[in-house]
Design a protein around this ligand. Sequence first.
Ligand code: ZN
Length: 201
Amino acid sequence: MSVLHLGDLRIGPGDALVVVDVQRDFLPGGSLAVPRADEILAPLERAVARFSVERLPIFATRCWHPPDHCSFREQGGPWPVHCVRGTEGARFGMDLSAATVISKGSDRRRDAYSGFDHTDLAARLREAGAHHVFLGGLATEYCVFATASGALDHGFAVSLLVDGIRDIDEQAGARAVAELRTRGALVVEAGPHHLEHPVSP
Ligand SMILES: [Zn+2]
């Protein structure tokens, strides 16, 4: 499978970058660490640098939970306590100072996997003139999938930065990527070209 590479793509007005939940609690050492999540940092940093240089909009979503959020196990939810607003674990794990921050899951009574769920992300993207969203982050089969689905539902074209995502469960992650591709998402690499990739003739 030949994969498009962000470095080879012409990007410009209409394109936006959305970095999903790259927060310390989802990185190695965090309370809800996604395996090998640290490997996405360099590719995503390249993507952020590229969009910054091109002066294109960058958004960063974050889980921003109250301490008694319904998604936490002690409240009957599926997850360990993570990304409690204002804590170290909720901080971004990479430099996203160039990004507009979109907080989600702030209501104790409901969770939000999608960056579009009860936020103004769609309106902000439209205000920025975006119709094509490049998207990476954590975790593939949860918040990345939900946010990419939300983008498609809102009528945005989606390019998934495949080396800028990591899953909690490999099979579920692969299914999520396959479903997004079926729905029209493109798959793009953001990191440096790797020698092991076959060069097309
Ligand atoms: Zn959360």
